[in-house]
Ligand binder design. Structure first.
Ligand SMILES: Nc1ncnc2c1ncn2[C@@H]1O[C@H](COP(=O)(O)OP(=O)(O)OP(=O)(O)O)[C@@H](O)[C@H]1O
Ligand SMILES: [Mg+2]
Length: 234
């Protein structure tokens, strides 16, 4: 069984979608669409009547809510739950029944809050966007690896499907690349003074997948992946 990423072209590249109950990594430089992709993925769950959880660590939730409404995504849907873990997040009421939560950049604290929310709301999909802050605030590499594994264990325990985004900090492969079940990379290419965006699946445990870089674009409906087009048309 596969579940949709909310982006039809990407589902095709994944040979039907994501294998549920696993964690996936979406990597890409700023502005390439990590947040938009996270929301596509969560809203596909909402459309199925699932409860979903979005954890934002850099961009305040109200800004994301506003930006995503331009693509037609309604983050006020009662199935959409948000945790604002941005350092600038003030303790303010945002959504019905959802409040800002302040995380002292502690991974432990975040994990407890996540587990509580998963149990309480029967969360089926989670997006953590991006993990980069946690990475930077965990000084020791081995400690980060241990904590990341602990986080994945919680997701496995509740059988949730998770999308974790990351701005690339170092050379491939990194801790998250090794520990997640799949890795998707967003790339920017400069061609004749224009930017072309490309998406590539780098790994997908337990499945065949399209290994080619495929073009994608932002439209008024969000991200569109052209799974049968080559990046450079001849
Ligand atoms: N209507 C639109 N048409 C074209 N491009 C758009 C449109 N709306 C947003 N974008 C693009 O989407 C980008 C933002 O996407 P998104 O926030 O998902 O990226 P991100 O990878 O999460 O970025 P960051 O690393 O800054 O968080 C903008 O940089 C802009 O280029
Ligand atoms: Mg973002």
């Amino acid at each position: 069984m596969r579940i949709s990423t909310g982006i039809p072209g990407l589902d095709e590249m994944l040979k039907g979608g994501l294998i549920p109950g696993r964690a996936y990594l979406v990597k890409g430089e700023p502005g390439l669409g990590k947040t938009t992709m996270s929301i596509h993925f969560l809203m596909a769950g909402v459309r199925n009547g699932e409860n979903v959880l979005y954890v934002t660590l850099e961009e305040p939730l109200d800004m994301i809510k506003n930006d995503m409404s331009k693509f037609g995504f309604d983050l006020n849907d009662p199935h959409f739950h948000g945790i604002d873990a941005t350092p600038v997040g003030k303790k303010t009421h945002i959504f019905e029944g959802v409040h800002y939560e302040e995380f002292a950049e502690s991974f432990q604290k975040l994990m407890r809050a996540l587990e509580e929310r998963i149990r309480e709301k029967n969360i089926r999909r989670i997006a953590i966007d991006p993990i980069t802050m946690i990475r930077l605030t965990t000084k020791d590499e081995l400690e980060y690896r241990r904590q990341f594994l602990e986080l994945l264990k919680i997701f496995t325990k509740y059988n949730v499907t998770v999308l974790i985004t990351s701005s690339i900090l170092s050379s491939y492969p990194d801790v998250e690349d090794y520990l997640t079940s799949g890795v998707i990379e967003l790339r920017r290419y400069g061609v004749g003074g224009k930017t072309i965006r490309g998406i590539q699946i780098l790994k997908l445990r337990g499945s065949d997948f399209d290994e080619e870089v495929r073009p994608y674009r932002f439209t008024e409906r969000g991200i569109e992946v052209y799974s049968s087009e080559r990046l450079y048309a001849r």
